[in-house]
Design a protein around this ligand. Structure first.
Ligand SMILES: [Zn+2]
Ligand SMILES: [Zn+2]
Length: 152
């Protein structure tokens, strides 16, 4: 896949601001992110890169993900289990997440009514809403039968 020139330029500028250079490894990391629609951990991304014959250290992947987050390329998600997930943010409008406690599956959703209610509610408190995170924890369709057997 090819990355748009404007994205490369923006990536280069973001790296430069951190005193880092644009390398072929870092371009490969960005490519991998842009090619995925999943919410992946650093190690998943590392594994994907290595399975594409790209030799890169875990530290480089982690550091580059931090830069990509700063540049607005990825969203870093904390779902409270101590492991961060990263997702490609470029093509995606705002959305929230449902997270399965059994298998870790992540379902995306947008509800205009919830969005509108939040704006309304914050206005009532004279609070300028900048961003929000919704995470709904539960059990996905596939995991419900097994979970029911365990009495969850
Ligand atoms: Zn599940
Ligand atoms: Zn998402």
């Amino acid at each position: 896949m090819t990355i748009k020139n404007s994205n490369i330029e923006h990536f280069k500028d973001t790296l430069q601001a951190e005193g880092l250079r644009l390398t072929s490894q870092r371009i490969a990391i960005l490519e991998d992110i842009l090619a995925s629609e999943e919410h992946r951990e650093c190690d998943d991304i590392l594994f994907s890169l290595r399975s594409n014959q790209i030799s890169v250290s875990r530290a480089t992947v982690y550091r580059t993900l931090e830069i990509l987050e700063k540049g607005g390329f990825v969203r870093k998600m904390n779902i409270g289990d101590g492991r961060f997930r990263y997702e490609n943010k470029l093509p995606k409008p705002h959305h929230d997440h449902m997270i399965c406690l059994e298998c870790g599956r992540i379902i995306e959703f947008v509800d205009q009514e919830i969005e509108a209610r939040q704006v309304h509610l914050t206005k009532q408190h004279n609070f300028k809403l900048v961003r929000h995170i919704h995470q709904l924890f539960g059990i996905c369709e596939d995991c419900q039968p097994a979970a029911a057997n365990k009495g969850v």
